[in-house]
Design a protein around this ligand. Structure first.
Ligand code: MSP
Length: 642
């Protein structure tokens, strides 16, 4: 028996610097769809995704959050995995670059390239964009010193670094591309990459010394490996490359497809192949860049704040609706504009109207006219040949698009058949055949419709895996009866004689106006929720012990003349009397505070306000516009608090 053909597909590994948005989700949904499709074509398909956890950006974010980098990424990675589960992403492995299995391989490859003289030590002086983790030349950042990729300011970096001799490989790379014209997809990106390399390749700075969150250079622990050099290696470290357990590497490498958005094609199409050439490892078969998901005509990205949370959308509209929308809207290699209204339109037209109606019209006619039994086809109508011809042709057309990873056109071809079947119902008017007692014709027509439903549902299943299962369940048939591979898409395989049941609408229509009103109401509730301040950075017990907190009696209290905010307190703390000013005039009538026992910071450095010296601070609790002084009832003035 011959071995199954293999198919290895990857997504970029994501930076766990915050939650992912639906732009990120697109790549992963597309890769998942390709894996499922290839399996249906009989491939042994393997799908890798993961997270890219090193670098200055992550280190900084962790510091801001008052966490260790590892703790910081662990929490975000857990959320990313939950998102993939929610979106029904069937990956085979999830690699994290902080895992030992990855670090060892990255170090070994760095060492090998160094040993053969293609990595050398020098000094880097140039510009660095931290959000993109990318080095740029003076020319690239221009006079304003702006990152050419993301438009944010770059920082000057000057440090001892190791360099990778990319320049040495430029001619070999150009020759490889000439011999493998399909390596970079789409063609426009290939042309960009080729002209970039033809302008001359600089050597790449591949280590950093000014921060520590990275994989140490094996022979010089002062340096960490440049995060992109580290990250790209994930595609083979996950397969156990260079270890005693490299079965997956032997089976699946070279990868069939590295899929990503156009912003990181340069790393995958130039740097990664040259790294592999230097390390004497076979190159992947293809790298493909899709476009960006845009919001109001600019790239959806966290830094611009124009992101959409896939979890909210999936909960509102269903996972398969989101998957369908993303895949259908993003034309091959092009950018696509996102709007929730267009999502609702797609759902109402393509899913509820076209597909949902075909399903409900067919099943209701079957119940009405044939007790739900799908009879064998016999003599039909003049409209059958056309429908059957398209139904036979469609799996071939869809496969031709899916094989090129052109998922949008593949789905469009499925919908062409759905629409044809809806028109077929209008043309043959089964209700008229029923009235005229044309039993055989009616049975044939309904068989044809059931068969089209079977075909389209199977073909859309890689993109919408939940839908097929729901449809079969609703009809009371099993996936085995219906088939779930591409060869099962031959016309006429619907098993006649089985009874099907009518169910509820799979994709109910939704009213965009009503959704907007609901969202506005939800936002209002959200606004009315208390807005808590985030918990501050961690301190030690020693830090806390520096505060001397005491109970103080309010002996007198009055407004500070000419100040709207300040109250002047005369307080008794133990034997001592002191004055403290506090900006709480809008919350309390001064005379009502006399006699209260409050808590103060007694050892705060005195400072002058409105010409009066204030010796300490009175503690209060506040939330939004509310404020309340902290107080005790019985303790005597001067008692210690802590
Ligand atoms: N960590 C690097 C990748 C290393 S791969 C060895 C990285 N991570 S990322 O989290 O910033 O983005 C990963 C990918 O998310 C992008 O390349 C792209 O595939 C996808 N997208 C991010 N924003 C996107 C859109 N607005 N639209 C479409 N895809 C987008 O880069």
């Amino acid at each position: 028996m011959s071995e199954k053909k293999t198919y290895y597909i990857t997504t970029p590994i994501y930076y766990p610097s915050g939650n992912l948005h639906i732009g990120h989700a697109y790549t992963t949904v597309a890769a998942d769809t390709m894996k499922r499709y290839k399996k249906m074509q009989g491939y042994d398909a393997y799908f890798l995704t993961g997270t890219d956890e090193h670098g200055l950006k992550i280190q900084k974010r962790a510091e801001e959050a008052g966490k260790s980098p590892q703790q910081f990424v662990d929490e975000i990675v857990a959320g990313i995995k939950d998102l993939w589960q929610l979106l029904n992403i069937d990956y085979d492995d999830f690699i994290r670059t902080t895992e030992e299995r990855h670090q060892k391989v990255a170090q070994a490859i760095f060492q090998k390239i160094y040993d053969q003289g293609d990595i050398y030590k020098s000094e880097y002086e140039g510009w660095y964009c931290t959000p993109c983790e990318t080095f740029f030349t003076e020319r690239q950042v221009g006079e304003e010193h702006i990152c050419p990729d993301c438009g944010r300011p770059v920082q000057l970096a000057k440090e001892e670094s190791y360099f990778f001799k990319m320049s040495k490989y430029a001619d070999r790379w150009l020759q490889f591309i000439a011999e493998n014209p399909d390596f970079i997809q789409p063609e426009t990106r290939k042309n960009e990459m080729v002209s970039f390399v033809k302008q001359g390749l600089d050597d790449l700075c591949v280590s950093r010394t000014t921060f520590s969150w990275g994989i140490p250079v094996p022979f010089n622990q002062k340096h960490v490996i440049y995060v992109w050099f580290d990250a790209l290696i994930n595609y083979i470290s996950a397969l156990g490359f260079g270890t005693d357990h490299d079965e997956l590497y032997q089976k699946y490498w070279p990868a069939d497809l590295h899929l990503m958005a156009k912003d990181i094609i340069r790393f995958h199409a130039i740097i990664w192949p040259i790294m592999l050439m230097a390390a004497d490892i076979p190159l992947p078969k293809q790298v493909m860049a899709h476009g960006w998901l845009l919001m109001n005509d600019s790239k959806m990205s966290k830094s611009k704040g124009n992101v959409v949370d896939p979890v909210i959308l999936a909960n509102r509209y269903g996972v398969d609706t989101i998957r369908y929308f993303l895949l259908r809207e993003m034309a091959f290699g092009m950018d696509a504009n996102y709007s929730e209204e267009s999502l609702v339109n797609r759902m109402n037209i393509d899913l509820a109207n076209d597909y949902g109606n075909l399903l409900s019209r067919t099943t209701s006619m079957m119940e009405k006219f044939c007790d739900g039994i799908v009879g064998a086809p016999g003599v039909g109508t003049e409209f059958d040949a056309d429908l059957i011809a398209l139904a036979k042709e469609t799996p071939v057309v869809v496969a031709s698009y899916f094989d090129k990873t052109d998922l949008a056109n593949g789905l469009a071809a499925i919908w062409k058949l759905i629409n044809k079947a809806n028109k077929y119902i209008d043309n043959v008017a089964p209700w008229a055949l029923n009235k005229a007692g044309e039993k055989e014709k009616l049975q044939t027509v309904l068989y044809n419709l059931a068969e089209v439903l079977r075909l389209v549902t199977i073909m859309m299943s890689p993109a919408m895996p939940n839908t097929a299962a729901r449809v079969w369940q609703q009809l009371g048939v099993t996936a085995e009866q219906m088939g779930n591979t591409w060869p099962d898409l031959t016309w006429g395989k619907f098993p006649s004689g089985i009874t099907i049941h009518r169910g509820e609408a799979l994709f109910p229509r939704m009213d965009w106006e009503a959704i907007q009103k609901e969202m506005a109401a939800e936002e209002k509730v959200e606004e009315e929720k208390p807005q808590f301040e985030p918990i501050g950075p961690e301190i030690t017990i020693d830090d806390f012990a520096k505060l001397d907190l005491r109970v103080a009696d309010i002996l007198a209290c009055e407004r500070v003349p000419k100040s709207e905010k300040l109250l002047k307190f005369l307080l008794k703390v133990g034997e001592e009397e002191r004055v403290i000013l506090s900006g709480i005039a809008k919350y309390y009538e001064p005379e009502k505070l006399v006699g209260k026992k409050v808590i103060i910071i007694a050892n705060l450095k005195p400072r002058k306000m409105m010409g009066i010296e204030s010796k300490g601070m009175i503690l209060s609790a506040s939330l939004g516009d509310d404020l309340e002084l902290l107080s005790v009832e019985k303790m005597i003035a001067g008692a210690t608090v802590g």
